[in-house]
Design a protein around this ligand. Sequence first.
Ligand SMILES: [Zn+2]
Length: 230
Amino acid sequence: MHILVIGAHAGDAEAMAGATVLQHTTRGHTATLLHLTLGGKGHPALGEEEYSQQKQAEALAAAAALGAEARFMPYRDGELLSTEEVKFAVADVVRGTRPDYVITHWENSIHKDHTVTHQIVGDALFYAAVRAFAREQPAHSVRGVYYAENWEDPFGFQPEVYIDVSSAYKGWLEALKCYQLFRGGVSRFPYLEYYQALAVIRGAESGFKYAQAYAIPALARRRRLETFPL
Ligand SMILES: [Zn+2]
């Protein structure tokens, strides 16, 4: 199985789904973390160029710690646009990596890059799946798309699928600490504590010690039955 996680800024994919990724990679599955921007504008002391370089190195270290591959798109923090060019570029990554499952941002966010990423990924999966869009790589349809939790994307998020990440929890926190953002000193938001606590809450709700929860597309909620289950 291959899982592709697409985040707006380096660090998003790991926070939203890093424990899920590690849960799978330790079982022999593979994963790619695709960062649409490096998120280089958020540092209180460093300029965008310098912080972007730091975040790229952090993203490579975090991906290695999660047993995943990091991929980067060349777009800039805060300037991500939902254009056909970007959607086809992401579709090409989907066709190239051929994931079974894609995880990305929920649709409602306080951050414009997150909202736009949700839109880009939805259309990119369509472009990746339809053979008539002639690209270098052959068409590819994913088995499912899941929307992850992010403190900036809470509005209307309804957790539907819970993944047991109990055995990956500790390793996931270590991977997050590859980023200064999670070690502290970049943002006043308590990143590490928030995602730790969220895994505890989702675990409690689902009967696991720790869990990561996902929303699913409206169509995926449909059940087709001949009779009610006995
Ligand atoms: Zn972000």
